[in-house]
Design a protein around this ligand. Structure first.
Ligand SMILES: Cc1ncc(COP(=O)(O)O)c(C=O)c1O
Length: 432
């Protein structure tokens, strides 16, 4: 595996173009692609494509490879499990790995109360199960989600998601009893705590609400970090009304923001925590972790699924927990924030095009705006991302308006590679 950025062909190169032609005949166009180069190897913050180009990875497969791609610990753990058994179905004949992952989640999610965890296959499936559990335990039906929120692509998760294009358009009707409240956005001065709460109280009686489903930092919606006190104030209001707090930590969890879970920054102890993405170190795994009395309320057989907590994914996950602890990747995420955020903040100007720089840990972003300093400029975000791609840096966009450039480097990336990728981003931003 090469050790630095290297572009040896056009991007995409000839071999990737051949594969793209095959793909067009085999895969629906509805499955999008950020950077149409086909990968042959990845490790240590680099992705090598089939033409020999090597990209600095500032996306981590959308916050999945926090411990690195093909991390040696994960590879070894999966290789050890593989010849023993690949599947039994935990509901048919259980195995230790599943229990061990649940023990780790129960110990590390916020709060010292008794907890239980359920393992599933994805973030969307975890969100769906959290709502099932909340409804069952409270005997209430309404669910409150938030503007700009993203919770997945299955029916209920899509119903909770805020953005129409590309996630919801044409896919209705959506699940009923979902209400969407304003999310705190300090850059745009919207969604103050009082407004959020009064909006909820106006739209639905609190005693009908089973849960709020909230991202501690709004991910796909643009890495919006709510105003200090917003999340904790919301949680306090929920506690006063018997409304459960479901923290969607699918993107923010597993060390990404410099804490195991981002709720900890606001000292919020959710009733249910939803995880996925980096939980499995690249293998599909999601989870719901919650108060024991809520999780145990559901009747036997009411939760589960054929593949949930697959033994290979559990082996990988245990290696992820170990790697985050032994390599102090929480400290590493905080270091990445200290290294990157001040440089992004230097780009901010009241008249744009960089209107805001924000984030926590290794979850950082810049928001691009037009000359008035507020109007979203998605065309600029696209231009910056494409410029980075041509120069060998994988960059993701985000935001309800598509005008946010987000950085999600693997926590194990070296300072040298990160500095190199950031330099490319800075010159792309300066060129617009
Ligand atoms: C906050 C959040 N919740 C849920 C999901 C859905 O996860 P999955 O794609 O694994 O279904 C995502 C995916 O991006 C996410 O960012």
């Amino acid at each position: 595996m090469p050790s630095d950025r290297r572009i040896v062909t056009d991007v995409p190169g000839p071999r990737s173009l051949e594969l793209a032609a095959r793909r067009a005949l085999a895969v629906p166009a509805a499955v999008g692609t950020t950077l149409p180069v086909y990968v042959q190897r990845a490790a240590d913050g680099l992705l090598e494509d089939v033409d020999g180009n090597c990209f600095v990875d500032l996306g981590s497969g959308i916050s999945v490879t926090n411990v690195g791609n093909s991390a040696p610990e994960v590879v070894a753990a999966v290789a050890e499990q593989l010849p023993r058994f690949t599947h039994t179905c935990f509901q048919v004949t259980p195995y230790e790995g599943y229990v061990a992952v649940c023990e780790r989640l129960n110990a590390l999610t916020p709060g010292h109360h008794a907890k239980r965890s359920l393992l599933v296959n994805s973030g969307a499936e975890a969100v769906e199960n959290a709502v099932k559990i909340a409804r069952y335990a409270t005997r209430r039906q309404a669910v409150v989600a938030f503007d700009h929120g993203f919770h997945g692509r299955t029916l209920l998760a899509m119903s909770l998601t805020g953005k129409a294009m590309p996630y919801k358009h044409g896919f209705g009707p959506f699940a009923p009893e979902v209400y969407r409240a304003p999310y705190s956005d300090p850059f745009r001065h919207t969604g103050r705590l009082e407004d959020t709460i009064s909006w909820i109280e106006t739209m639905v009686a609190p005693e009908d609400i089973a849960c709020v489903v909230v991202e501690p930092i709004c991910g796909e919606g643009g890495f919006v970090v709510p105003e200090p006190g917003w999340l904790s104030g919301l949680a306090r209001w929920c506690g006063e009304h018997g409304v459960l707090v479901v923290a969607d930590e699918v993107q923010t969890g597993m060390g990404r923001t410099g804490a195991w879970f981002a709720c900890a920054h606001e000292h919020v102890v959710p009733d249910l925590v939803v995880t996925a993405k980096s939980l499995g170190g690249g293998l599909p795994l999601g989870a719901v972790t919650g108060r024991a009395e809520l999780m145990d309320a559901v009747h036997p057989g009411g939760l589960g699924g054929t593949f949930g907590g697959n033994p290979l994914a559990c082996a990988a996950s245990l290696a992820v927990f170990e790697a985050i602890s032994s390599k102090d990747l929480l400290g590493r995420a905080r270091h990445i924030e200290q290294m990157v955020l001040p440089r992004l903040q230097k780009q901010v100007s009241p008249t744009g095009p960089v209107g805001d720089a924000r984030g926590r840990g290794a979850m950082l972003a810049v928001e691009l705006v037009a000359g008035d300093g507020r109007t979203p400029a998605p065309q600029l975000a696209r231009a910056v991302a494409e410029s980075c791609h041509r120069q060998g840096v994988l960059m993701l966009t985000a935001g309800t308006y598509g005008n946010v450039i987000r950085l999600l480097p693997p926590l194990v990336i070296s300072d040298g590679l990160l500095d190199d990728g950031l330099g490319v981003l800075e010159s792309a931003l300066e060129a617009i």
